[in-house]
Design a protein around this ligand. Structure first.
Ligand SMILES: *Cc1c(COP(=O)(O)O)cnc(C)c1O
Length: 361
């Protein structure tokens, strides 16, 4: 294994070293079959086991039962889910909580298929906080929430209550990074490349009874959740290699101690950087205005001038700290500290931030 840089990319993003090693081995020889994981039929027993293990491990981590929920792996990214959700479940009207660029894109797709009500929005302040005033429609087909806003750095630690209306969540950037009551949701989706694996696959968790009762049937086959549920994620060829890597990542999370241990570590990592903001708030200006809205996964800030920011990023890069530039739509800096990002990397960043402050204040 070559020396690893400190990886703060927002996505695709860091994976555990042991997962990379397992993948390297499986790329050469999968399950001692003398073929690569990329060279085997998705209908072979050995791959079926990979996908079944991944489904069961995901359910175990979420504390959900295989009787009530199904886990499927589909292509097209979380962006395709923005359309698949309303294609399947928007009959008349849906509530969306607008907390950023990804939520806005989900709204745009849903609007093509039905009536969309913004149950709350923080757009007026460029999404630098989570909306506190939410108003839900009792007759909505569902409510859609983005649990972690990757670009702006806000995260719902406590999920707002929506009563008995079906709840749908885009958890792309904090899936299995924080312990939640996953049984509150009728559907959860997460593009793998933030916290679960490589790009190319999206994990979807769906409440079976609700899907059977409510999903539309007059839509093309590949866009129906039921197709993938009935086909056990093997209706057509799934992205075999990405599914394998997600499977290894799920086993790694279990080995690390599950979501309690992962969340505790993520809280510790995030605190290291937020403490730096709180120590020198005029130099490292946290982009999120309310402390309780601060994301455990994506930590965002700006610096006094564009020149200082550039100097910061280039010195960080020289210290092998990569991926700290903010999203092109908001600028500034962002440290993504997903599950696989080790504590020593975050400690190194916090130490560098302190040194940089003292040298440049
Ligand atoms: C990255 C991201 C997306 C888009 O994912 P793609 O796989 O690129 O389509 C959607 N939602 C959230 C919260 C994200 O972080």
């Amino acid at each position: 294994m070559p020396i690893r840089s400190h990886n703060f990319f927002a996505g695709p993003a860091i994976l555990p070293v042991s997962v990379l090693e397992d993948t390297r081995d499986a790329v050469m020889d999968f399950a001692n079959l003398g073929v690569s994981i990329m060279e085997i039929s998705h209908r072979d027993k050995a791959f079926e086991k990979v996908i079944q293990d991944a489904q069961q491990d995901a359910l175990t981590l979420m504390g959900l039962s295989a009787q009530d929920y199904y886990v499927i792996f589909v292509g097209g990214g979380a962006s395709m889910q923005f359309a698949m959700v309303p294609l399947n479940f928007l009959h008349k009207k849906a509530d969306y909580i607008n907390t950023g660029e990804w939520a806005s894109k989900a709204i745009k797709e849903a609007k093509m298929l039905g009536e969309v009500v913004e149950a709350g929005s923080s757009k007026a302040t460029n999404f630098n906080q989570l909306p506190k005033e939410l108003k839900f429609s009792p007759d909505a087909d569902y409510v859609h929430i983005t649990t972690n806003n990757t670009i702006f750095g806000t995260e719902w630690k406590k999920i707002p209550d929506v009563g008995s209306v079906p709840y749908i969540a885009d958890m792309s950037s904090d899936m299995l990074g924080i312990k939640r009551d996953f049984s509150k949701f009728s559907l959860i989706y997460a593009g793998a490349q933030k916290n679960l694996g490589p790009a190319g696959v999206t994990m979807v968790v769906i409440k079976k009874a609700w899907m059977e009762a409510k999903a539309k049937t007059n839509i093309p086959t590949m866009f129906k959740y039921k197709t993938h549920v009935d086909g056990a994620s093997l209706y057509n060829t799934p992205p075999v290699l990405p599914v394998y890597v997600v499977g290894r990542t799920l086993k790694w999370i279990l080995k690390e101690g599950g979501l309690d241990a992962i969340q505790a570590r993520n809280e510790k990592k995030a605190k290291l950087i937020y403490d730096v903001f709180d120590a020198w708030p005029n130099f490292y200006k946290g982009a999120v205005v309310n402390k309780e809205d601060r994301s455990l996964m994506n930590i965002t800030w700006t610096m006094p001038t564009a020149e200082i920011e550039e100097k910061f990023l280039s010195e960080a890069k020289a210290k092998k700290m990569l991926g700290l530039k903010g999203h092109r739509s908001v600028g500034g800096c962002r440290a993504s500290v997903y599950n696989a990002c080790p504590v020593p990397s975050v400690e190194a960043l916090a130490k560098f931030m302190e040194e940089f402050y003292k040298a440049n204040k």
